[in-house]
Design a protein around this ligand. Structure first.
Ligand SMILES: Nc1ncnc2c1ncn2[C@@H]1O[C@H](COP(=O)(O)OP(=O)(O)O)[C@@H](O)[C@H]1O
Ligand SMILES: [Mg+2]
Length: 566
């Protein structure tokens, strides 16, 4: 997994390499400082004040250079980090866009949002500064340790004992925080879901006066999240406290032991000061490393979550080999069985719609009508039987070939943020011109004055009927040979419906169409009618045949508009 994340870094390897090469340089200028300090003190002891002044100047120069180099290092690594994360985010979005629909069944929108935002940010922290800093810290710790041992091995025993203890405690605490983080993340997803529900379901919640119970539900999750973080917060500062305390304790031991050594003339005062300066500078990377640990742990949790998504297989171009082409634009179901989960939704459907035929599909709510459209589009695939377009199983049709020839209107129309033209053309540059014309035409035909109107998120600034007009526009502009319509005229007034019907008749000329409809007027115009009941086709025939039969279909429409039936 880590290797996979690093593969994104490859493009920016020169930045990272440069930042990496700066590590030893930065450390050199940092680690040399206590030694220069020692030289200043030794020059002072010898009474050579000019020399002491020179060394002091050198000390300042080293600090300056150290910080300049460090600045360059941070700049390089954070630039690379930003870019890498930019690529990961894009790849993630692209991947999500290509996942098969069943994947979205159980993963909630909140989870996906958190992964694309919060998780990606965490990874950035690790990939940019994080790794470089960790390497740099480790190098510093090793470097200082070597210097300390070279300076005075006896005093160094304290340090050698202390470091493994500190590192061990760090890894134990790290494990604890990692576990906590994972569950906190899951709660964060729940909160995000609740927030988006509050926005999109706001009208229902308030209209029914159910703000309070929903609020209670949200604050439940929110409290859990807070508690989880509180637990982590209890651990973390006490851990830092532990590090600080052990650092001071270590220092006290060294000062005492060092004083004894000075007394015994085995150590000079200047050496002790330099030694203490080194010990203090080893504490800095240790403390820093433990701070970074939090970030890295966080990043690791996030990486796992992001990687999970990448591990989901994309919607395949072809489900079965060999690839085929449609020979015409007919639709055929052969003994199709389908279920989303446990319960069977379609139970052995068989029928054929010839090229150019217009077939109406009727049936009670929940009968499985919309599901049939999803199978034709191959949003879902049937478990048994075959759905065929142009004589070929949709499983053998390349995805783009399949969808290129289908125009569909679903029950819920989704509008995207952007201009109306973009929504009509669905961001397809080539169709923009036709989209423009279509908008103008709608306006001329007396529909809403839409010029320059921008669509806000979820198309909230459009009425349902207007959305449906847009959905029709999309299909008209795409002008595909197979047309699927899912009860889409239910939200427009009769006059608009009439207008659409006229256009539709003209548009459907020569096209193969499957139209789910509840209105008798729509059904009547079809060449044939299929009646679906509980996932089974119970009737199939022309309008006159079905009326004469006085079966399901007749029952279905008996209450609607008797003049047609009599
Ligand atoms: N995404 C889904 N996941 C699980 N069950 C679903 C899903 N979509 C629809 N169903 C179920 O499948 C059945 C048929 O749904 P649908 O085809 O939408 O019916 P219709 O369009 O005829 O009203 C319903 O019982 C519904 O609960
Ligand atoms: Mg439906």
């Amino acid at each position: 997994m880590i290797r996979w994340f690093l593969s994104f870094s490859y493009k920016y390897r020169y930045y990272l390499l440069a930042a990496g090469l700066l590590i030893p340089l930065v450390q050199f200028f940092r680690l040399a400082r206590p030694t220069i300090l020692k030289w200043v003190l030794e020059a002072g002891e010898k009474g050579d004040l000019a020399m002491a002044a020179d060394y002091t100047l050198l000390f300042i120069v080293f600090i300056g250079v150290n910080h300049l180099l460090q600045y360059a290092q941070v700049l390089l690594s954070s630039y690379a980090g930003l870019k890498i994360v930019f690529e990961i985010r894009n790849a993630l979005y692209e991947h999500l866009l290509q996942l098969p629909f069943p994947v979205f069944q159980d993963s909630r929108s909140g989870q996906i949002i958190v992964r694309l935002t919060n998780d990606v940010e965490n990874v950035k922290a690790a990939l940019s500064g994080g790794l470089i800093r960790v390497v740099s810290d480790i190098l510093a710790i090793v470097g200082i340790l070597v210097i300390l041992i070279a300076m005075n091995w006896q005093l160094s025993l304290y340090v050698i004992v202390a470091i493994p203890i500190l590192l061990k405690v760090t890894s134990v605490i790290g494990g604890y925080i990692r576990k906590g983080m994972s569950s906190a993340k899951a709660l964060l997803s729940k909160m995000t879901t609740a927030i988006s529900e509050m926005i999109f379901g706001g009208e229902v919640l308030r209209g029914f006066g159910k703000e309070e119970p929903y609020q209670a539900r949200f604050s439940g999750v929110s409290r859990e999240f807070t508690d989880k973080y509180h637990q982590l917060n209890l651990v973390e500062p006490s851990y830092y406290g532990f590090v600080e305390f052990s650092g001071s304790f270590l220092l006290a031991c060294i000062i005492y032991d060092g004083t004894l050594q000075i007394h015994g003339n085995t150590l000079s005062f200047a050496e002790l000061v330099a030694y203490i300066a080194y010990v203090q500078s080893i504490m800095h990377p240790i403390r820093h490393l433990t701070g970074m640990m939090h970030n890295l742990v966080n990043a690791h949790t996030s990486m796992v979550r992001i990687f999970d998504i990448f591990n989901e297989a994309k919607e395949p171009e072809l489900i079965e080999m060999p690839p085929a082409q449609m020979s015409d634009y007919s639709i055929e179901f052969e003994n199709v069985h389908f279920s989303y989960g446990e319960e069977k939704v379609l139970k052995g459907l068989s029928f054929k719609i010839r090229e150019g035929e217009k077939v109406a599909l009727v049936g009670r709510t929940g009968a499985g009508k919309s599901t049939m459209i999803k199978l034709i589009n191959r949003f879902y695939t049937c478990q048994e039987g075959q759905v065929k377009l142009g004589g070929q199983d949709v499983k053998n049709l390349p995805r783009n070939h399949l969808r290129e020839h289908i125009g569909f209107i679903l029950q819920d129309v989704y509008l995207f943020t952007g201009s109306l033209e973009e929504n009509l053309a669905l961001f397809n540059e080539e169709r923009m011109e036709r989209s423009q014309k279509h908008r103008v035409k709608l306006e001329q035909d007396g529909f809403f004055d839409m010029e320059g109107k921008e669509v806000v998120a979820n198309g909230a600034n459009f009425s349902l009927g207007e959305k449906q007009l847009m959905a029709f526009g999309r299909v008209f502009i795409k002008d595909a040979e197979i047309f699927l319509l899912d009860e889409a005229t239910s939200n427009v007034d009769t006059q608009t419906e009439h207008y659409l019907q006229n256009h539709l008749d003209e548009f459907m000329e020569g096209k193969t169409a499957l139209i789910i409809a509840h209105r008798l007027s729509t059904v009547r115009n079809a060449d044939r009618i299929l009646v679906l009941k509980d996932g089974v086709l119970v009737e199939d025939g022309t309008f006159e045949e079905l009326v004469a039969k006085k079966g399901e279909f007749y029952e279905y429409f008996r209450h609607q508009d008797l003049k047609y039936l009599d």
